[in-house]
Ligand binder design. Sequence first.
Ligand SMILES: [Zn+2]
Length: 143
Amino acid sequence: MGTRWPTNVSKCWGYDPLPGVTYVEGVKTVKIAPQPKLIKCPICGSHRVSFKGGKNRVFMTCNARQNGIVNLELFVPIVKCNKCGLARQINVRIADPKRHYTRSLARVIKKRLKTRSVIKVADSLGLTKRNIDDIRKYFRKKE
Ligand SMILES: [Zn+2]
């Protein structure tokens, strides 16, 4: 708490930004941390968990103006549930498992692809055609 979301970065439900903004290969990168309500067992939902390490992950998302990309860097904790005994990563919510982009970015791309070409959608977000193709493949699998 207390830290404000940096300018032009959309708030993520359930997360707080950590202080400071870095640039990784020219892309604004904001570290975020899950709020206590997200620290729970992904299987049974119990909040009675203990921490068992975790993993740093980076997700691409679009900025607040939806005309560029911001990276969100998140340490995803592994929690051991005192109720069901399992140790798992918390449910990240902002992205699907194993994806390196947020659900909100996927929605923006999907919507734009209805009326624009891949190249135009890529340009509108400062992404490459390859980025868009990768994300598109996943839409097709889901449908
Ligand atoms: Zn559990």
